[in-house]
Write a protein of this length. Structure first.
Length: 288
């Protein structure tokens, strides 16, 4: 196989039944597409099958419409839903942030250096503090302050902006506002949030300080899709690190922020690489 040909990504799901892998791989072979990587999972809890394939197309030529037309009758008897993602597709990502900049900085660095194959057409914030950072990256920054009276109007502006910029994914990089049920419905399946994971569940202001007072022994973070249950959406990635009595609150905050940015990066990467599938209220992440 030629090394300069980038792989396409094929993802699909269907009811668990005999022949699901065969119908895909047999078609790939007959069409002359070389399978580089194949990951699959049969979810016994939901009786759903999930598959992700990276493949190099037939060197004689490749046409998406032709692929779909030829594969459709084979997939029909499995009621299989599938998607093709072209090489180097750059997912259009809107970042929402408040005042903490660690997750935003990390995402923009990985965007700038090519570690994340994304475009960031805009940043939305309820505070003006990080506008200079956005300007340095030449990214439009929209300051939409939130009050109880303006919340609905501002959220409607957000959705309008996301439509105007053709946004595919929204990342809440420590956006410290509770989204309304209406906005959660608008963003279902295409918005990722990050928050600290501390046990017991320290809520409200200064959670790391609360944890320190209880002698916390580990800090962590969870990245998940948003839904109408606050911080309880389907989980994509998690991170954790042990700490001890020698760490004071400020050190816990720093360690926690490190885990938050790495966990959020992993979740975004999984999503844009089409590795995440929803199976009811949980996620299937087809990763190594």
């Amino acid at each position: 196989m030629t090394d300069n040909v980038k792989p396409w990504i094929f993802t699909a799901s269907c009811v668990s039944t005999l022949g699901t892998v065969d119908v895909v791989t047999r078609y790939m072979a007959q069409a002359g597409h070389y399978v580089e990587e194949i990951l699959s999972f049969d979810d016994k809890a939901s009786s759903r099958f999930f598959i992700r394939i990276e493949f190099r197309p037939n060197p004689q030529g490749f046409n998406v419409d032709e692929f779909n037309l030829e594969f459709a009758p084979r997939a029909e008897k499995f009621a299989m839903q599938w998607q093709l993602t072209e090489p180097n597709h750059r997912t259009r990502v809107a970042i929402m942030v408040s005042k903490y900049d660690h997750c935003l900085n990390d995402l923009l660095y990985r965007y700038r250096t090519g570690q994340l194959n994304i475009e960031v057409p805009l940043i939305i914030s309820n505070h003006p503090d990080l506008e200079n950072l956005a300007r340095w990256h030449d990214i439009p920054y929209y300051h939409l302050p939130i009050t109880p009276e303006s919340k609905l109007e501002q959220e409607q502006k957000m959705v309008s902006l996301l439509d105007d910029y053709d946004v595919e994914l929204v990342v809440l990089a420590r956006y410290m506002q509770v989204l309304s049920p209406w906005l959660c419905d608008q963003l279902e399946g295409r918005a990722i949030n990050i928050h600290h994971s501390l046990l017991p569940g320290f809520k409200g202001a200064r959670p790391y300080h609360q944890a320190w007072e209880k002698g916390v022994k580990m800090v962590g973070a969870t990245a998940h899709y948003i839904n109408n249950d606050l911080d309880e959406g389907p989980i994509i990635a998690q991170g954790i690190q042990e700490v001890g009595h020698a760490q004071y609150p400020e050190e816990l905050v720093a360690k926690g922020q490190d885990i938050e940015r790495i966990t959020l990066f992993n979740a975004v990467k999984h999503h844009i690489e089409k590795r995440v599938f929803l199976s009811g209220g949980r996620t299937i992440v087809l990763s190594h």
